[in-house]
Design a protein around this ligand. Sequence first.
Ligand code: GUN
Length: 286
Amino acid sequence: MQLLDGKALAAKIETTVVSGVKELKDKTGLVPGLAVILVGQDPASAEYVSMKKKACDRVGFYSVTHEMPSDISQAAIENTIKMMNNNPNIDGILIQLPLPKHIDTTKLLELVEPSKDVDGFHPYNVGRMVSNLDAFLPATPFGVMRMFQEYGIELSGKNVVVIGSSDIVGKPMASLLINAKATVTVCNSRTKDLKAHTLAADIVVIAVGVPLLLKADMVKDGAIIIDVGINRLDTGKLVGDADFESLKEKCSHLTPVPGGVGPMTIGMLLKNTIKAAKLREKRETK
Ligand code: GUN
């Protein structure tokens, strides 16, 4: 079994981002800037934001985190987004999801200037992605595609099952795979016979947040498994949505948790932010 080492690949991506930052700075004096909006006290969200901030520091980006209490008003978040849209030092704006129930998430995502939408969640970028046009791609599925490329995993003509249909992972993952000419099935919690689907898959991408859901008896010999889940068990142990221990005997390729897709998500956010900074440079030198 070949382990798909996201940690190593993300480190390689960081190196290219560091060179990109230097090149941009030398040429234009610009430093890429990322603004993150974090609402409330969700420990997982706080942890993700802290990892993103550390990554920005490592590669030499300017970054700012707007931490807001969970009872913040819609209008206050909207004002922060408008401010970041107009701030010339900010290239990328990221609203950490999920947001509290009283907040209209769609309205906020639509307010982000599409050229600063480094998460690729604005409908403009979603539409361009689906149409296979140049766009900011959501970091997690973009990272998974980069892994396929790195390990020479052919997608054209492959049966790929995506488990989970979220806007953040499942739906964009399916779009990118369709554009790569895979035959794509998207399953969700209502799917009648999940095992029947996964047994027919050459590749399974799972992103549901259910610890150890995908077992060895659900996949065929030599399947490729991409595990997007990160779950903390009561024991404190971090596990994915796939049962690594049983699957490792059966798959041809498997992502570890941690150290698989997680670091790639951060790597692709950095890539998107430098892409946004280059767009700013183009605008400013016009
Ligand atoms: N919550 C879980 N994953 C993500 C992500 O990739 N971006 C944002 N903004 N929020 C998330």
